[in-house]
Design a protein around this ligand. Structure first.
Ligand code: CA
Length: 230
């Protein structure tokens, strides 16, 4: 089945240019000239929504909020807008946007963003729900970690940090990478904070405290061979 893309744009010229080029790139295109019309056309078969922000009637942000909260639709959203101040970008992301393209844009840029967002969402949906390292089992869906069947009392940040390392075992995560992945909302986090969280996770891992290793100059990582060496 062809990947379906819903385009919601009130300016006819832009709508037609996007529709023509995106269809030409091999996607099935649905065109709507208002958020209200887009709501009627939206089905679970739509893989991505290109969404103009400034629309007559319901705005693009309102549309994005509505489909997430009322319809529980998870199709990625790329906002199209003439406004590109930082505040608008943040509003877009908090409204459930996955990316943001400022007008005027080139069609090549739009196609590249569509591909990138589709790749990213396909990757995350194909990730496993759980991963095990010997006695340690991490459940990404329920956001819990158990050791020999007992749930570990991890804080929110501790779980997120453990999950980050566990999704890509044997991969180094520098403190800067960990901060940018997990502490985006807190601009003043120090490297020391990461070390403290790692120490707390290690303490809670008990016998497996050495599962998380550090390579000086590279960063922290989960040693996938560790459990089998026990
Ligand atoms: Ca518009």
């Amino acid at each position: 089945m062809m990947t379906q893309i819903l385009i919601i744009e009130d300016e006819a010229d832009i709508r037609e240019i996007l529709g023509f080029n995106i269809e030409d790139a091999g996607y099935k295109v649905l065109l709507a000239e208002s958020a209200e019309q887009g709501l009627e056309m939206l089905t679970s078969d739509v893989s991505l929504i290109l969404l103009d922000v400034m629309l007559p009637g319901m705005s693009g942000y309102q549309f994005a909020k509505k489909i997430r909260t009322d319809l529980h639709n998870t199709a990625p959203v790329i906002f199209l807008t003439a406004r590109n101040t930082e505040n608008d970008v943040l509003t877009g992301f908090s409204a459930g946007g996955d990316d943001y393209i400022a007008k005027p844009f080139s069609i090549n840029e739009v196609l590249a963003r569509i591909k990138a967002v589709l790749r990213r969402t396909a990757d995350s949906s194909s990730q496993p729900d759980t991963i095990e390292f010997g006695e340690l089992r991490i459940d990404f869906r329920n956001e819990t970690a158990t050791f020999s069947g007992s749930q570990l009392p991890l804080s929110r940040r501790e779980f997120d940090l453990l999950a980050l390392l566990a999704r890509q075992p044997d991969t180094y995560f520098s403190r800067a990478t960990i901060i940018s992945e997990l502490w985006r909302d807190a601009p003043y986090v120090l490297d020391r904070t990461i070390d403290v969280h790692i120490a707390r996770i290690r303490a809670k891992l008990g016998d497996y405290h050495d599962l998380i290793k550090n390579k000086t100059g590279f960063g922290y990582y989960i040693d996938s061979d560790y459990a089998s060496k026990e």
